[in-house]
Design a protein around this ligand. Structure first.
Ligand SMILES: [Zn+2]
Length: 323
């Protein structure tokens, strides 16, 4: 019997991670290459192709046995047509990636990386038994993927799920990458966490943070978490602040979408034990009781495989829709 496989490609600003998987999503081989986006569009596309052929080369699998290729990319995108519109991190502007990869052979399915991550959780992670879930990644920014009735909610032009840009503090002077002020990601992401830590050190506050940093280490989320665990008051207050803002955002998501699960990923989720109590207290205080009773807030179990697992899930979903 002919074996059937899929390939998942996690296309990121720093690396391309490509994996060959069976139709259950078990990864059989993987290849990682630096994106080197500064070398330009053609170089990035050639590298994507290289990872595909190299991952096949690690196994006995022929490209003819690959049923589909899922590609998770930063947006904005047109997923039907395969267009990546504008991604400063990738140096790809208005590139039709499906067209560019057509000569590889199998059908290509494009998905926004955060949506793909949500699919990865739904198929292989903490969201396996859920039909309605939201994946929230909290790292340098805050991104999200919304799954309604088992399917990604794309919106009118594939732009849905930009949850990091809900205005959390209307009078904030924190400018967001999107141009607005006081966005959720501008005040509650890992970047915001580090900023608050750096400000505390700069203002000469009485904190361990100043001792934990040296020329090689700057104030980052891990340093702040370490200080908070040691009982540092300033670090604990910073963590509390971020947790409160995260809780406020989650409460809104719960009220709007009534999800069964919110799954948190990204670097900041590693500090979930520190954040949890305040996040949940804010959710309880601010979201509607009947809705909070339904929702479970958990952390991702897919860790650094979330992107590629999401791309594999994207291929499987695409194939299901084709058949
Ligand atoms: Zn924003």
């Amino acid at each position: 019997m002919k074996q059937e496989y899929v390939i998942g490609i996690d296309l990121g600003g720093t690396k391309i991670l490509t994996a060959l998987a069976d139709l259950e999503g078990n990864i059989l081989a993987e290849v990682r290459k630096p994106t080197e986006a500064d070398k330009g569009k053609n170089s990035v596309i050639a590298k994507i192709k290289d990872t595909i052929y190299e991952v096949l080369g690690q196994t006995e699998v022929a490209i003819e046995e690959v049923e589909g290729i899922g590609l998770g990319s930063p947006g904005p995108l047109n997923i039907e047509e395969g267009i990546i519109y504008h991604t400063p991190n990738l140096n790809l502007d208005n590139v039709n990636i499906i067209e560019e990869l057509k000569d590889v052979g199998p059908p290509i399915f494009l998905e926004n990386d955060a949506n793909a991550a949500a699919l990865g959780e739904k198929y292989f992670g903490a969201g396996k038994d859920a039909q309605d879930l939201i994946y929230v990644t909290v790292s340098t920014g805050i991104g999200g993927g919304i799954i309604i009735g088992g399917e990604v909610y794309h919106g009118a032009s594939d732009g849905a799920g930009e949850i990091g840009h809900l205005t959390l503090l209307p009078n904030s002077d924190q400018k967001c990458g999107c141009g607005n002020y006081g966005c959720w990601e501008a005040v509650a992401s890992g970047t915001a966490l580090s900023r608050l830590g750096r400000e505390a050190v700069k203002n000469g506050e009485d904190t361990l943070l100043a001792d934990l940093v040296d020329d090689a280490t700057e104030v980052n989320g891990a340093v702040i978490a370490k200080a908070a665990k040691k009982g540092d008051q300033v670090a604990s207050e910073i963590v509390e602040q971020i947790a409160e803002y995260l809780g406020i955002g989650f409460a809104s998501l719960i009220n709007i979408f009534n999800p069964e699960k919110i799954i948190i990923g990204g670097g900041v989720s590693k500090s979930w034990p520190l954040l949890q109590d305040t996040v949940l207290a804010n959710v309880e205080q601010r979201a509607m009781e009947a809705l909070t009773a339904e929702v479970e807030i958990v952390t991702s179990q897919l860790e650094d495989k979330i992107g590629v697992k999401g791309a594999i899930a994207t291929a499987l979903v695409g194939l299901k829709e084709l058949s």
